[in-house]
Design a protein around this ligand. Structure first.
Ligand SMILES: [Zn+2]
Length: 139
């Protein structure tokens, strides 16, 4: 678990090292998980715009934890996916290839929409979300 300052430092460091994969997830504004160096198998779960799982924040014995929970039933062997609710950090938008019928086309915000700016309500709604992945992609 790292704070925003360490997150920015590591994001720059990983970019310098030309890391292709980032495993950052924000639990709250000042608590970010970095699973780049180590983490369990859940760090490899891919994004989908129509996911079969979701993240939930739990406090376990005073520690903040993130868990993955099914949103709908799926069979053994099916790929587990969740919505990254991606906030971009860096200039390149990530195309989404999830192939769901409601695919937004981008992981996170559409770059065209983003350029027009966001109103305060939208920003506040985003803050309320349970947990977010701020910078995570798998090519
Ligand atoms: Zn998609």
């Amino acid at each position: 678990m790292i704070d925003p300052r360490e997150f920015h430092r590591r994001a720059k460091e990983y970019a310098r090292e030309k890391n292709k994969h980032y495993y950052f997830m924000a639990l709250k504004s000042d608590a970010i998980i970095d699973a780049t160096q180590q983490g369990n198998v859940s760090r490899f779960i891919n994004h989908s715009c129509d996911p079969n799982a979701e993240t939930q924040k739990w406090t376990v014995n005073g520690d903040l934890r993130v868990g993955f929970f099914a949103r709908k039933s799926f069979r053994a062997g099916d790929e587990v996916t969740f919505d990254y609710q991606f906030q971009r950090y860096g200039k390149e938008a990530q195309r989404c290839y999830c192939e769901s019928t409601n695919c937004r086309g981008w992981i996170g915000e559409d770059p065209d929409k983003e350029d027009k700016g966001r109103d305060k309500r939208e920003k506040r709604d985003r803050e309320k979300r349970k947990s977010r992945t701020i910078f995570r992609f798998v090519k």
